[in-house]
Design a protein. Structure first.
Length: 230
């Protein structure tokens, strides 16, 4: 038989050893909001987990929300799986166009710019062209106008349409026809860009290094990330 004093020491050693094993290997559920710790303050990422196996993520930059996603998570052994299978996509800005031809030496591009639901015209929307650079803004009725010299060219004219908190839209047209274009602009969470990047039908795996009540330490492609609980 093992002496009583030695058995107590062995028991204490086992308790200490078990308590030192990372909690991640037994925990299967997460709950709460976690933020990724980055050295640069101009970028941040937030994860929200619930006990039913759902999660959402949001990435922010200087101009606001730049990436988002939603789905289910699972923890298996020492791996965290994020399945972006529930992300709801946002409608892009779009346009409808009609074109016509004539013998004039120039072409006319008429635009009428609305909100995506066609409820109201949008004014002071920035519009410019490339490579023949011209710029204008839509008026109070959402109208704008361009005129170009008619040419036979393989390249297209790019009409860029952008506005604060609107999903940027680009229209490509030729140099030989006239166009009447209706543009329907959807809302964006970022100033001066298209829609925020949506993650969908993607499964991302992270190796779990440690997990406790204060943070989650994970690893992917030799890069360690710390998610601090809010």
């Amino acid at each position: 038989m093992m002496p009583k004093g030695k058995s107590v020491k062995v028991l204490l050693f086992l308790i200490g050893f078990i308590s030192s094993i990372p909690f991640c290997f037994s925990q299967k559920k997460l709950k709460g909001v976690y933020k990724v710790k980055y050295e640069l303050n101009d970028f941040s990422k937030k994860y929200s987990f619930n006990e039913n196996g759902g999660f959402s993520s949001e990435s922010y930059g200087n101009l606001g929300l730049i990436e988002f996603g939603k789905g289910h998570y699972t923890i298996k052994n020492d791996t965290l799986f994020l399945n972006y299978n529930l992300t709801k996509l946002k409608e892009d800005s779009f346009h409808k166009s009609k074109k016509y031809y004539n013998s004039k030496d120039s072409i006319q591009i008429r635009l009428n710019i609305h909100s995506s639901n066609n409820i109201k015209p949008l004014f002071n929307v920035q519009i410019w062209s490339f490579p023949e650079y011209k710029s204008t803004e839509s008026d109070k009725n959402g109208n704008a106008f361009f005129k170009f010299i008619k040419e036979k060219r393989k390249e297209k004219i790019e009409i860029h349409i952008d506005g604060k908190y609107l999903a940027k839209h680009i229209i490509y047209i030729g140099f030989e026809a006239n166009y009447d274009i209706e543009v329907f602009m959807s809302k964006s969470d970022v100033v001066g860009f298209g829609h925020t990047k949506a993650l969908k039908n993607e499964i991302i795996k992270y190796e779990i290094i440690e997990i406790n009540n204060r943070f989650i330490k994970i690893k992917k492609n030799e890069q360690n990330l710390i998610l601090n609980k809010e």
